[in-house]
Each structure stands twice: as C-alpha cells, then as structure tokens.
Design a protein around this ligand. Sequence first.
Ligand code: GCO
Ligand code: MN
Ligand code: MN
Length: 393
Amino acid sequence: MDPYAAQKSDKFSFGLWTVGNAGRDPFGEPVRAVQEPNYLVRKLAECGAYGVNLHDNDLVPFGASRTERDRIVREFKQTLKDTGMVVPMATTNLFTHPIFKDGAFSANDPKVRAFALQKTMASIDLGVELGAKIYVFWGGREGTEADACRDPRVAIQRTRAAMDFLCGYVKDQGYDLKFALEAKPNEPRSENYFPTTGHMLHFISTLQHHEMVGVNPEVAHEVMAGLSFVHTVAQAMEANKLFHIDLNGQKIGRYDQDLRFGSEDIKGSFLLVRLLEGTCGGKSYTGPKHFDAHAYRTEDESGVWDFAKGCMRTYKLLAARANAFDSDPEIKALIAEVKDAHLDPLLNASYSRASAQALKAAPIDATAVAKRGLGYERLDQLTIEHIMGARGL
Ligand code: GCO
Ligand code: MN
Ligand code: MN
C-alpha cells in the first residue's frame, strides 16, 4: 500500500468552493463546469479526504425556499452517510451578494449589519445540522478603500458586538460549536480590518465568550503580509487558540494565489508540518487539516483531483520527513538545549529582591559567550538534506 496515500484518519478536508472552483478570475470566465456538491463529496471521499467544508450558499443557493433548502440538505446528508464523509467546519458567505459591497458586520448601514446577522444565524443552524463543530468567520469585505468612511475603531466595536451576539446565539441554542476567526490583510478590499492572526488573537481576548473563539490562520494570508506562517501558527498553538487551519501555497507580495499546499516555500511547509505534527515536541494539532486552495486555471477536471491529491500527499511526505528529521541523532545534538548549572536556577526563579540580587551578581563573560559558534549553518543544511531526501528516510 502507498504510505503517502490519504486516509480518513489523516483528517484532511476541502471546502466545496476549493475543488468546486471553476477557474474564474478577475480577467477571465470560468474554464471548468461547476460541479454539483454531492458529486464533489463522492470524489473527495475517493481521494481519501475525511471532510468537506462549506459556505451556506455553496450548498443552498441564495434565496432558496425552505422546501428547496430542506430537500438539498436531505440529499447532502445522505451523500455524507453513503461516503462516510463529515462536515467538520461551516461558514457564511458574507461577500458575494451586492448587499455586502461595504462589508457585513462592520458596514455603516444597519440594514446590512442586521442582514449579516440573520444570514449567519441561519447558516450556523445549517452547519450544526450537518454536524459542524467549528464555525469560521473570514472577514470577506470587512474593510475599506475610502478609509474616512468610518472610524476603524467603530468597525472593531461593531465586529465585537456581532461576535458577542453570535456566541450568545450558539450558547442559547445549546450548540456544540466553536468559532475560528480568519485574518487576511487585503483582497478583495484595499485594506481589511484585522489583517493578521496576531490582530485576531488580541481581539479574541476582548470578547465576552473568548473561550469559545479561536483562530483559523491561512498560509497565503500571512505570507501576503510578509509574515512567517510557522511563527503565526506557533503563537496560536501556544495560546490554545488554533481551532482550525487553512493550508495552501503562496508567493510573497502577490494577490491571494491559493496554490496547492507545499508548492511554494518547501522549507516553510516542512517546518509547519513538523510543528502541527508535534515531531519537534510539544502538543500537536489534532483538528482538521483543511486545504483552502484550488487547481490552476489551466486544468480540466482531472487536474482538479491531481491538485487535491497533491495537497494531501505533500503533507504526508513532509510529515514523514519531519519525523525522520526529529529522530536524527545529529539534529537532536544540534538543537539540544544549552544547560548551565549555575544560571538555570537563577533564570527559573520567579522575581524576588533576593533572586534579582543573585542574577545581578552572576558573573558572565560576554566576550567568551559571544565567541561560540552555534552550528546553525550545519543545522540548516541538514534540514535541506532531509527535505530533499538526501538524508533520513
Ligand atoms: C479567501 C479566504 C476564503 C475563506 C472562506 C472560509 O481568501 O477567499 O481564504 O477562502 O477561507 O471563505 O471562510
Ligand atoms: Mn484565502
Ligand atoms: Mn481561507
């Protein structure tokens, strides 16, 4: 059996909008037929995915009647049952309909804000009915071009009011659902509010029910902002706030490219998988591994499944390499923690006048310490060799 073929136990998921992407871009028409959701679920199951995520309108068209909605949901549930697929995450489309041209929760028009809440509550009901345990909020068009149109502090306050309200709704319904907030610096707006995961992490700490709200960082979005995705994810994990993750590939300084996972920045992707899998130590990430990306516009349908299988296969190849890397004795020696019998107890002591005095008095020969080479050239070369398969496996 191919050890790198995806299994349900790997917990890989795709959005209906990802493998369903028909290849439309701002300059061109769709190049592929729009596929029906039940068909996409069956194909994803064949590829080895365990889950499928959706926006309300990926499944139920905007404005569908209650009867129509119920029929669509009934059929979709049957497909999930037949294929053993789950819906780990759901979200709301708050960006396609023209009513959202100035955002949703932060919009100046109260009718827009009220409509956004109505739509989100209905979409939460749908997600929960399909079994979702995570509900993602991506800002979509929450942002500006003419920045004087509203005080950005008011945009933050309106978003907080919406989150507090929706957390209240989930609790009142008795739903077992957590929220995951997804940051993006720009696109489609010129400036988006809450541009990075770091902004989101602070914002969450100001929410009424902060314990049920975490983050959904996306590779492309942090890279667009020029940030290290590994450090972003590490901070979210350290805060116990990594509730979900959007994996893809991205070149720095471009529009959101949604490339196949691992197709760009192979070293960053390796270090990310190593962190998520916990081969470097610490808690691993056990949630769904969601690929928020799509096939190149050059592809026909078979290219779409090459894309989907490629995302999962690359993740598994990197996980195997991360495991070999962290089992390599030379790597272990290079990254072993530096011990100092005299200083370690002083550094570990909590503050007191006595511990401050002791630390002030500790003799440290700065020149001698500075002379020591750290071996990071060797470490990084070995990292490259593991990634390239010249070492390890
Ligand atoms: C984007 C975003 C979206 C969201 C999705 C789920 O840049 O378009 O990444 O794909 O992740 O809408 O909320
Ligand atoms: Mn994106
Ligand atoms: Mn995303």
